[in-house]
Structures are given as C-alpha cells and as structure tokens.
Design a protein around this ligand. Structure first.
Ligand code: DMJ
Length: 527
C-alpha cells in the first residue's frame, strides 16, 4: 500500500471516529435545533464519510518539480507584463498591451506590480522583485495623479495590503510609507454621516460616492467590511491611530445594529445607517466581510474577542439559513433575496471552505469547531465538483443547483473563468489543516487546466465559457492571478513553515500580514 493510500485509509478511520464524537457531543447545541421548518434544513453532520478515492503518491522530487512549475508560471505572467504593460494596471496577453479595469479608474497605477510583488519575494524571484520595488520607489507618485474615481476596497486589499505585506516581509520602510500615502487618499471616503465609507473615491479631489446600482446608494458589506486587517496593521506600524479608529467605528456600528435573523444584508446606506435590500451572500457583495471578522481575531493573537464573537454569531445564522445540501449530496451556500433562497453559489463564495477550516483550527476546543471543519470539507468538495463538471476543468463564475443540475452554470453570463483564486485558496488551507493529499491533487489538476487553456505566449488569459472544448479567451491577466492564484498554488506545494498559519494571516488578496505578539516581523512602531 502506498503512503498516500495508507494515509487516506487512516484519515477515514479518524474521520469516522471524529464524526461519532462530534455527533454525540454537539447534538444538543446544534443551531439547527431551533429551526422552524426542520425539513428545509441540512442535518448535522453535513458530509458523509465516503470511500477513499485513490490519490497517487507523489514523492519529494515530484512535489519540488510541481512547485518549480508554478514558479515558472509566475515568471511567464510577470515577464509578459513587464514586456507589454509595464506600469499599467494589468496585461492583455493576446493583444499584448495594457489594460485597466474600472476599479482602478483610468489611472495607470501599476496594479500588477503592487499586487504581485510579495509573490515574487516569496518565490525567491529576486531580480523581478527588485525591478518592481524600483518602480514603486521611482515611478509611483500618488500626488501627481490626475482625477479619477477608484475603488476604496480594491485599492485597500491590493495596494495597501500588498505594500504592507512587503514591509512586513522585508522591513523596507519604502513600502510602509507608500502604503500610508495611499491609505491617506482613501480616508476622505469615510466622511459620511455614519462613517461607513463610500465605495469610490477620487484620489485628486477627495470626493467620494457610491455605485448607482447598489440599493439606493448603499455601501457594500464586502467592501466596507474588508478594511480592518490593513487599517489596524497600518496604525500599529506607523503609530498613527487614525486608521484603526476608522475601522473600529465600522465594527461598532455593525455590532450595534439589528440583524435580520442574525444575518448581515449586503447593503448598508451610509447616510441613514439603515440596511438596504435584504440580500445575503457568502459570494459577491458579502464574502470577505465574514473573512475579516475571523482574521481580525487571528491577527490580534486572539485578543479581539468581539470579532470572534461576531464571526461565530454570523456563521451560526449562515449555517442555519443559507447552507443547503443537494439531492446528490453536495453542500453549498445559497443566496437569500428577501427571505427567498436562490440556489446559486458564486466562485467567489468558494473561499469559505478554507475560511471555515481556518475557523475550526483557530479555536479547536469550541463547540463549533467540528461543524466548521465538516462544512469546510463539504464546500471545498462542491467547489472542486464545479471544476470537474466542466470541459476545461476550470470552474464557472457561478453555479446552480436545480432538480436537473448540480454545481453547474446555467446562464451564459455565469460560464466564464477569470483566473480567480478562491477554489485553490480553499485547497491550500485544507491541505495545511488536514494533510489530505487530495487537495494537492486537485491543485495540480488546476495547474494543468490553466496551462492547457489559459496560457498564451503573451501571458495568462481568462475564458469566456468553461464548458466549451475551445473556449474564447477574454484577453485579461488579472492582477490577482499573480497575487493569489499562483501564490496559493506555490504554497500548496511548499513546506508548512513557509508563511506558517501560526504566524501569518492572509488578507483577502492573499497578502500575508503578521500575527501580533507572535511574529517578529510585525514591526510595530515604537511609541
Ligand atoms: C480578489 O480581489 C479578492 O480575493 C477579493 O476578496 C475577491 N475577488 C478577487 C479574486 O477573485
């Protein structure tokens, strides 16, 4: 019997024993006990123990070969960006020119450099890292930028997060200073009657506004709720409490508000402080708000108990009202629209497998821990199914569950893949947390699919329809492909000591930030 199969058999025995323990131990305090309509709810345990599938054993040499292959992919993505789009936001790999999504306004901000730099550093690509660092030092001048509205959320997670990560990893103060200069340009967006920031801010004038489509001028939960890690850390490394105060204020407001059934709607009006439309989602518009509750607690070395409590309370409501199981046995988070479930899950929502795994590890003695891990395994498996049920073996933007279809996109507008990381992100966490070799195998499947369908001579492209044998390509190499997708793949085939989860917490763009008090790279300012 090979090592991998042995470990698989062992893990089934352990899981069976473990499931039994949790069944008896947590039966009484299950959040499902208070359900009104028992038949509509998913019973615990959520996933059944399945037969061990054969996972081929891979030796150390093969692991290193795979890791080197992923590094080569990063080099291909970077070199082509340098060649055809240097200083622009993103690369168009087929038309071989720069590209700028509306989130970056019309400005060439070097988004791929800001987002990809820590990955270069982590992979030991020293020459490329220095090249990016020099551009930030010499070419990026935020005060010389012309008028343009940029997304507060995107600039925070990609630019401020990326720069702070580089500061933590290297100690180079250039990155801290640039991160602070950029964050200062975001601050005017918080000047609303409630202190909930608007979505867009003009770097030049400081005027800010919300998207017209967002529930009567509302701010978006996943945007204003995804600032905490970067702003709290920025305060600690600069000694300026301004940034932490801003996000603490958002937290207080959210905590004090009444939540419908304990759930957080995706929209909040920054003028009135009232919820907008009651839409709830673990995918687009909701996702990273939940992520930052758990991770703020981890970042604080488990001191920020308010964040943990809010996370556990939110998850209890989400598991109760949004978790579903298909007739084929697949777990998924449905969306809610005015109390009605829409049986659709976004690719974006696939980060939740890894998040719940992390929640389970971070508080192993809690009564929720077993439940979280159980759901984490089920969701990660479903997200893999959404990949496996396509021709390209890459997953669609959203997938649905109906009487006839499971984990497949139905609408043309949901069939695209834009090099997103979330499924691979969950493989990474689940590998680190369970050591089940299946997650490495699934990650390798994704590498092969990316190489086959997304690699072009000029870089990597997204696809318009993952179900087609020869899908049209979208001609965009997203900056998060370098920041997240390739980083998580690389870490999946690296030793656990590289960015240990005991010392680092990843922001929602996969930029590692140090955990306070335990990680010497925290670099807190002397006060
Ligand atoms: C990234 O910018 C971040 O992961 C964000 O939280 C959600 N969307 C993209 C990648 O899909």
């Amino acid at each position: 019997m090979t090592k991998a199969v042995t470990s698989g058999v062992l893990s089934v025995v352990v899981v069976m024993a473990w499931t039994g323990v949790y069944l008896s131990k947590y039966k009484d305090d299950s959040p499902l006990d208070t359900a009104k309509n028992e038949s509509e709810l998913v019973s615990f345990p959520y996933t059944e123990v399945e037969d061990v599938s054969y996972v081929p054993y891979i030796n150390e040499t093969e692991i290193l070969r795979r890791r080197d292959k992923i590094k080569e992919m990063m080099k291909h993505a970077w070199d082509n960006y340098v060649r055809y789009a240097w200083g622009k936001n993103e690369l168009r790999p087929i038309s071989k020119r720069g590209h700028s999504a509306s989130i970056f306004g019309t400005l060439p901000l070097g988004a791929t450099i800001m987002d990809g730099l820590d990955t270069l550093y982590i992979m030991g690509m020293d020459d490329e890292y220095k090249q990016g660092r020099e551009w930030i030092a010499n070419e990026f001048d935020i005060d010389s930028l012309i008028q343009s509205d940029v997304s507060v959320f995107e600039i925070n997670i990609r630019f401020v997060g990326g720069l702070l990560s580089c500061f933590a990893l290297t100690g180079d103060v250039l990155f801290k200073e640039k991160a602070q200069q950029i964050a200062d340009k975001l601050i005017p967006a918080f000047q609303t009657p409630t202190g909930i920031p608007n979505a867009l801010v003009n770097f030049k004038t400081g005027t800010s506004k919300n998207y017209g489509w967002a529930s009567g001028g509302s701010s978006i939960l996943s945007e204003f709720g995804t600032l905490h890690l970067e702003f709290a850390y920025l305060s600690d490394v600069t000694g300026n409490p301004l940034y932490r105060n801003k996000v603490d204020h958002i937290r207080q407001l959210l905590q004090s508000m009444e939540k419908p059934k304990g759930l957080y709607p995706n929209y909040l009006n920054p003028k009135t402080g009232k919820w907008g439309q009651h839409h709830m989602s673990m995918g687009a518009l909701g996702d990273s708000f939940y992520e930052y509750l758990l991770k703020a607690w981890i970042q604080s070395n488990k001191e920020d108990n308010e964040a943990r409590q809010m996370f556990d309370d939110a998850m209890a409501a989400v598991l109760k009202h949004m978790l579903n199981k298909s007739s084929g046995g697949l777990l998924y988070f449905a969306e809610l629209k005015f109390d009605r479930p829409e049986h659709k899950m976004d690719h974006l929502g696939c980060f939740s497998g890894g998040l719940l795994g992390l929640a389970s590890k971070a508080l192993p003695t809690s009564s929720s821990s077993g439940r979280y891990m159980d759901v984490a395994k089920g969701i990660t498996n479903t997200c893999h199914e959404s990949y496996d049920r396509t021709y390209t073996k890459l997953g669609p933007e959203s997938f649905r569950f109906t009487e006839n279809v499971e984990a497949k996109a139905l609408k043309t507008s949901e069939k695209y893949y834009i090099l997103r990381p979330e499924v691979i992100e969950s493989y990474f966490y689940m590998w680190r947390l369970t050591k089940d070799p299946i997650y490495r195998e699934w990650g390798w499947e994704a590498v092969q699919a990316l190489e086959k369908h997304c690699r072009t001579p000029g870089g990597y492209t997204g696809l318009k329809n993952v179900y087609n044998e020869e899908p049209l390509q979208d001609d965009v190499q997203q900056s998060f492909f370098l920041a997240e997708t390739l980083k998580y793949l690389y870490l999946l085939f690296s030793d656990d000591s590289l960015l240990s989860l005991d010392e680092w917490v990843f922001n929602t763009e996969a930029h590692p930030l140090p955990i306070k008090s335990v990680n010497p790279y925290y670099r807190e300012a002397a006060v």
